[in-house]
Design a protein around this ligand. Structure first.
Ligand code: SAH
Length: 212
């Protein structure tokens, strides 16, 4: 189902500047309609964020593609995602052959998404908890992608990055964020690149926004 729509979505992202062929291939293959609520299936291949319930959203395909591309991953890289949500970003990474670890702080969302992963044969290591402190047990990671907006870059995530690895995280106030690409050099220093104007739901946790 929706095969031509998926191909058109990948083509449209290529036109918008996504040039990593492995990312475009994954966008063309992963069935995004399975990650959105049933009533929104017909909108699944528009380049737009959609509500998934629980006050959360599935990220816009362009944003997923851009963040994935920004990590500059090799096949078989170890990737940590913060904010499992619908599971679409994790599914894109899994499709690309990455070893994926993903943390979600809302139990009901994680349960629903884990069920979907099982049904679709998507093997992602998931954990319920606060992703702002990372997942030390499996560190270091070649890539870390944070899919919720943070007031600052959590030090724990910088620590858990492998030398040569990249952390991609939206940082700013609750309405608008700058996408930061933080690269750890082989010497353990950091180089940061800023890309303006992204919009995410808030990252809530010990090294993120405080819960009200
Ligand atoms: N990657 C998701 C985007 C989900 S929206 C996708 O592809 O659909 C962001 C998610 O981050 C929400 O589900 C929210 O509950 C979760 N979140 C917010 N703060 C978090 C934290 N500290 N740790 C883990 N997950 C968090």
């Amino acid at each position: 189902m929706y095969e031509s729509e998926r191909r058109e979505l990948a083509d449209s992202l290529s036109m918008k500047g996504i040039d990593d062929i492995y990312v475009l291939k994954a966008i063309g293959e992963v069935e995004r309609h399975k990650f959105v609520p049933a009533g929104l299936r017909n909108h699944a291949y528009k380049d737009a964020a959609l509500p998934i319930g629980f006050g959360q959203t599935i990220s816009q395909p362009y944003t997923v593609a851009f963040m994935t591309q920004a990590m500059k991953l090799e096949p078989n890289s170890k990737v940590l995602e913060i904010g499992t949500g619908s599971g679409y970003q994790a599914a894109i990474l899994f499709n690309m052959g990455m070893k994926v670890y993903s943390i979600e702080r809302q139990m009901d969302i994680l349960h629903a998404t884990q069920k979907l992963f099982d049904k679709m044969g998507i093997r992602v290591y998931t954990k319920y908890g606060d992703g702002t402190i990372g997942w030390d047990e499996f560190a270091p990671y070649d890539g870390i992608v944070v899919t919720a907006g943070s007031p600052s870059v959590p030090p724990s995530l910088m620590k858990q990055l492998a030398p040569g690895g990249r952390l991609v995280i939206p940082v700013g106030d609750k309405n608008i964020q700058t996408l930061k690409i933080v690269m750890k050099t082989e010497e353990g220093t950091f180089i940061t690149e800023d890309i303006p104007e992204f919009k995410f739901v808030p990252l809530i946790g010990r090294e993120g926004w405080k819960e009200k």
